[in-house]
Design a protein around this ligand. Structure first.
Ligand code: DAH
Length: 340
């Protein structure tokens, strides 16, 4: 038996597998259930007891030698495996990394806010779930106004006093309630309306609201601020036009058009051959609204405006379907990577 053990010692020492398969073969033939180590143990049981001590010692040594050898080659093969996959062929093309990008709405929102920040406007935000006061009542909406209808507004079923805000004008109210004039602030955010989804309408979209309150603010300040914005955002040649309109929270109210970005006022199918495209609502803050929000309407006056970010982005990037902004199709999104 001792001879056999010696023979295996030499074999194990000489063992030098070429690959992981040979190593596995060796493991099975030595330590496996039908391997030679088992045979040796069976032989061992038949030995007279005075020999068992000495031979047992050798057997243990042999077994741990085999285990160490297997472990050693396992490590060797594992590291060459990773080397092979990661380093060996340096001429292989790298793994492509797609750079992340801002969503076009984020790009446009940032451009709009920074244009107003340059002339001293701060940025303010309010909650997307609003109460009736901030979204409607404080803004002078009469109780029977159609915007309060379930058809237009998503109400919260548990409490009819709460709804998803239908415009960012609600943030005006919060700012006026919580600060004193002079106020110059811009409020970007998401708004919701109960609309059927199409290329031109969606149940969620984004707006930017603007508010400026101080002593002696006039319609001329509104006009000049919006002209500055239009020329900074679109181009220096852009012209603006204000048309009388109606909003419950402004008096007088207007809608602002810009000269068509595509045909420069000559007439095309984007501006429906009028040469102008509407981009926002605006007006002088109604004195009732100032009073509702704790601002003395005899001392202060102000202007406000609100525009849809999607609409501005569609004009700027010539996108013709609103739904594209919300589908997160990377083929669409990656066109804006270059920080245009
Ligand atoms: N809140 C209006 C809307 O959602 C937009 C708007 C119009 C905001 C006139 C204003 C404003 O601040 O003065 O259609």
């Amino acid at each position: 038996m001792q001879d056999k053990i010696n023979k295996y010692f030499t074999e194990v020492d000489a063992f030098n597998p070429a690959n992981a398969e040979e190593l596995e073969q060796f493991r099975i033939s030595s330590l496996g259930r039908k391997g030679w180590m088992q045979d040796l143990l069976i032989d061992f049981k038949t030995l007279p007891s005075e020999q068992k001590r000495e031979t047992g010692k050798f057997l243990n040594e042999l077994k741990s030698k085999v285990e160490r050898r297997i472990e050693h080659f396992k490590n060797v093969f594992a590291s060459t495996e990773t080397e092979k996959t990661t380093y060996t062929d340096l001429s292989r093309p790298g793994i492509p990394v797609t750079p992340g990008a801002h969503h076009p709405l984020t790009l446009v929102r940032n451009q709009i806010t920074s244009i107003f920040q340059k002339i001293g406007f701060s940025i303010s935000e309010g909650p997307e779930m609003e109460d009736d006061w901030h979204n409607f009542s404080a803004l002078n909406f009469p109780p029977e106004h159609p915007a309060r209808d379930m058809q237009d507004t998503f109400f919260i079923s548990k409490d009819p006093d709460f709804a998803l805000r239908t415009h960012t004008s609600s943030v005006q109210v919060r700012v006026m309630e919580n600060s004193k004039p002079p106020i110059r602030t811009i409020s970007p955010g998401r708004v919701y309306r109960n609309e059927a989804i199409s290329a031109r309408a969606h149940c969620q979209f984004h707006q930017v609201e603007g508010l400026c309150i101080d002593e002696g603010i006039s319609f001329a300040d509104l006009k000049q601020t919006l002209l500055y914005f239009a020329r900074e955002f679109f181009s220096v040649e852009t012209e603006i036009r204000l048309r009388p309109s109606y909003f419950p929270f402004t008096e007088p109210s207007a809608e602002m058009d810009i000269s068509c970005t595509l045909c420069k006022g000559k007439g095309c199918n984007v501006c429906k051959y009028s040469g102008w495209t509407e981009i926002m609502g605006c007006g002088m803050v109604d004195p009732n609204v100032l009073d509702n929000c704790g601002i003395d309407s005899h001392k202060y006056s102000g202007f406000a405006f609100g525009m849809g970010i999607e609409r501005i982005a569609m004009l700027k990037y010539k996108i013709n379907d609103l739904r594209l902004f919300f589908e997160n199709d990377v083929r669409f999104l990656k066109q804006f990577i270059a920080g245009i």
